[in-house]
Design a protein around this ligand. Structure first.
Ligand code: PEP
Ligand code: MG
Length: 314
């Protein structure tokens, strides 16, 4: 198949033989959401709400939060938005969700775990997200970061459903990856955060430049985890997205689609390249790319084998 120029790609996301793979944008504020909406995306697959509040000394009121979220939801127009609840702690510290000095913040009270100590913070955020969804009429899915056990997903899902919204979680820990089938008994979708899933699967700090080879999303060990997650999603017939940096790499996006991932969410600047690459290959080529990537010994071999699988005429 001939590769379309990315600049001409106009969506919606699909392989050359017509299997849909949603292409979505990651956003963090209203200005970025407006820029992202100008790209041919089918919505926002990750709204990192905590990044709207990094400079806030105190918790924004429910009304302030509602206004912030509503602007982002409004920018999505007819499309859906996957809102992530505050992922505070470790690499994204929030002054109003400070957990004190921890010896190992990446393994500490971060993400959904903050709700153990400050349950009302999550309650107020969910209230504001629901109000923003109501105000804008935007289809709003809500997911929690840093989940590792079933009870976290079940409790979160109950809270989100009570507000009439669609619940999911991010798959960022090996435990969550291995439990995806059971997590999906409580949830309507999952989204793989490959940045953190790599960090925790390889026990390699995502901020450590020296360990970048271990947190490379082409690592066959990471792809095996994604295979488990995507297979569980297919068996439950529920959406499995990828919203980490892996989704921004056009060839890796094809591997993820071949593993059974149903949506890819990445920086707005990367969506055209991802969409064009997906549109240039068949689903069979994506499956073959997934097979050879999983069989490779290391990221370099995986990249090379996938390059060949995707450029062969199908
Ligand atoms: C991830 O961990 O892959 C992710 C998308 O979340 P963040 O990068 O914001 O931690
Ligand atoms: Mg993360």
């Amino acid at each position: 198949a001939r590769r379309a120029a990315s600049a001409d790609w106009a969506g919606p996301g699909a392989t050359a033989d017509g299997t849909p793979v949603q292409v979505l944008a990651n956003v963090q504020d209203a200005a970025g959401a407006e820029r992202a909406a100008a790209e041919p995306v089918e919505g926002f697959g990750l709204y990192r709400t905590e990044l709207s509040f990094l400079d806030r000394g105190s918790e924004p009121t429910v009304e302030e939060q509602t206004d912030v979220y509503a602007k982002v939801l409004q920018a999505a127009g007819e499309h859906k938005v996957v809102v992530r609840t505050l992922d505070a702690g470790s690499d994204k510290p929030l002054a109003f969700a400070d957990m004190g000095t921890e010896p190992n913040p990446a393994l500490g009270v971060r993400g959904l775990r903050v709700a153990r100590r400050m349950p009302e913070l999550l309650e107020r955020q969910l209230e504001a997200i629901a109000a923003a969804a109501e105000r804008t009429g935007t289809e709003t899915w809500v997911m929690a970061p840093m989940v590792s056990v079933l009870s976290e997903a079940a409790d979160f899902a109950a809270k989100v459903r009570a507000l009439g919204l669609t619940p999911g979680v991010m798959i960022e820990t090996p435990s969550a990856a291995l439990l995806t089938d059971r997590l999906l008994e409580h949830l309507d979708f999952v989204s793989v955060g490959t940045n953190d899933l790599s960090q925790y699967a390889f026990a390699a700090d995502r901020m450590a430049a020296d360990l970048g080879d271990l947190t490379d999303p082409w690592q066959p060990g990471l792809l095996r985890l994604v295979e488990i997650i995507a297979t569980a999603g297919q068996e439950a017939d529920k959406p499995v997205g990828v919203c980490g940096e892996a989704a921004a790499d056009p060839q890796l996006a094809c591997v993820l689609a071949g593993l059974g991932v149903t949506s890819l969410s990445c920086a707005a600047t990367a969506v055209r390249a991802v969409g064009a690459q997906l549109g240039a290959v068949t689903m069979d080529q994506c499956r073959e790319a997934a097979r050879v990537a999983l069989a490779a010994d290391d990221p370099a071999a995986a990249r090379e084998a996938v390059g060949a699988a995707l450029s062969s005429d199908s």
